[in-house]
Design a protein around this ligand. Structure first.
Ligand code: ADP
Ligand code: MG
Length: 403
């Protein structure tokens, strides 16, 4: 983290920010239903940054994208749809400006008092945003004195508002960005060993890069979910009617070979929960050894014995990174292993013996379902950016902030 300027460096870099214009990239790509924001988590995450800048007397211009307008104005994708929710969370008035640059923004800046907050329009209304066009970035930068990026969730995109601006103005990581980077670095870049990774979810194909990166980094790779079926099949297990990518068997074997050479233990389930139809509590549900799956049965969760063994593995570890549920957790009873292991990880974290970091849309839902989220060290809601970080990729929005 020492290589990033944060809000703590504002004064030494810029002197007082009173009266200066902050271009602050935040995440306002919020879930909506019938015109209202249904979950303000992302606003709450950036509220400390917004308020700190405002309280220091900066004129704060919020920059964000909303949906996928593909470079055109769209009345249904104005970021102003989030205005009420933002004002609610901040407890302050926020002025909406239907532009991101040019004279209208300049005039608005003139009207704003020190410490006032404004929201600029959806950056993706302009094609220069996703093209990361330097001229478009300059058009935005013209009205600002400095740039703060607090949107880790958009940092895997090299867009004008997430990357380009950082090259044009003095740049700083906001508090939410800083804590996300710190948590992720603690978990994978400088972790306390031994390190375990749980990788689950539906398909190997969507997480190949994650698996390939992790086998070289972690001591224990725990594979669950539908992707475990592909690994079991690669080892010659008949997985019956399970979700399985048979064409990726060679890939799975190669990953297990690499793990072997790297001293990484790959954990596959030895008992599984199966059913002949995918429904809540189907009459055909049973637990069996992986070698006893019938032709018409689907593996929908890992078994209780396997889950308990995995809990014992976590007890020997100091760090855990988790992406992907161990089973089809949305449907009972196929949530059992995910819930059990999540609770074990939460308890170990609460005791202080484990640093636990998790991310991924369904993973966050699964950990909430297990009631385990509050005890995890850090839960990333960043989706795509979290996965790219798990793949070991350099995120352009983060790289551009490096000093
Ligand atoms: P995340 O969003 O956290 O990255 P994924 O999207 O990769 O996670 O995976 C979540 C999905 O995987 C869930 O919808 C879950 O039902 C599904 N899944 C997990 N295990 C199985 C399985 N054995 N068979 C079919 N689907 C599964
Ligand atoms: Mg998902």
């Amino acid at each position: 983290m020492s290589s990033f300027r944060t809000l703590d460096d504002l004064e030494s870099e810029l002197g007082s920010v009173a009266g200066k214009v902050a271009l602050l990239r935040v995440d306002l790509n919020l879930p909506m239903h019938e015109g209202s924001v249904t979950d303000a988590t992302r606003i709450r995450a950036s509220a400390p940054t917004i308020l700190e800048l405002a309280d220091a007397g900066a004129k704060v211009l919020l920059l964000a994208h909303f949906g996928r307008p593909k470079g055109q104005r769209s009345s249904t994708l104005s970021v102003s749809m989030t205005l009420d929710a933002v004002e609610d969370v901040l407890g302050r008035e926020v002025m909406f400006v239907p532009e991101v640059g040019g004279p209208v923004v300049a005039q608005s800046v003139g009207i704003l008092g020190n410490g006032d907050i404004a929201m600029l329009e959806n950056t993706r209304f302009w094609p220069g945003e996703e093209a990361n066009d330097p001229e478009f970035a300059a058009f935005i930068a013209e009205n600002g004195d400095f740039y703060v990026n607090d949107a880790f969730s958009a940092a895997h995109r090299a867009h004008a508002s997430t990357e380009g601006l950082a090259h044009l103005l003095p740049s700083f990581a906001g508090h939410a960005m800083e804590s996300e980077l710190k948590a992720l670095e603690t978990a994978l870049d400088r972790p306390e060993k031994p390190v375990a990774a749980v990788v689950g979810g539906a398909k190997v194909s969507s997480k190949l890069a994650v698996l390939e990166h992790l086998v070289g980094k972690v001591d224990h790779l725990i594979i669950g979910g539908g992707m475990a079926n592909t690994f079991l099949a690669a080892r010659g297990v008949d997985v019956g009617a399970s979700l399985c990518e048979h064409d990726l068997r060679d890939t799975a074997n190669r990953i297990m070979d690499v793990a072997d050479h790297a001293g990484c233990t790959v954990h596959l389930p030895y008992d599984v929960v199966v059913a002949t139809e995918f429904a809540a509590n189907p009459p055909s549900v049973r637990t069996c050894n992986v070698h006893e799956v019938a032709r018409n049965e689907m593996i929908l969760d890992i078994g209780a014995a396997a889950a308990e063994t995995l809990g014992d593995v976590l007890k020997t570890c100091r760090t855990l990174v988790w992406n992907g549920p161990l089973g089809a957790f949305e449907t009972e009873p196929f949530d059992a292993a995910t819930v059990a292991l999540a609770r074990t990880a939460a308890a170990l974290t609460a005791e202080g013996s484990l640093v636990s970091v998790a991310g991924g849309g369904d993973t966050v839902a699964a950990l909430n379902h297990a009631g385990a989220s509050d005890d995890f060290t850090y839960i990333s809601t960043a989706g795509g950016a979290f996965l790219e970080w798990m793949e070991g990729k350099t995120l352009p929005g983060v790289a551009a902030l490096r000093t």
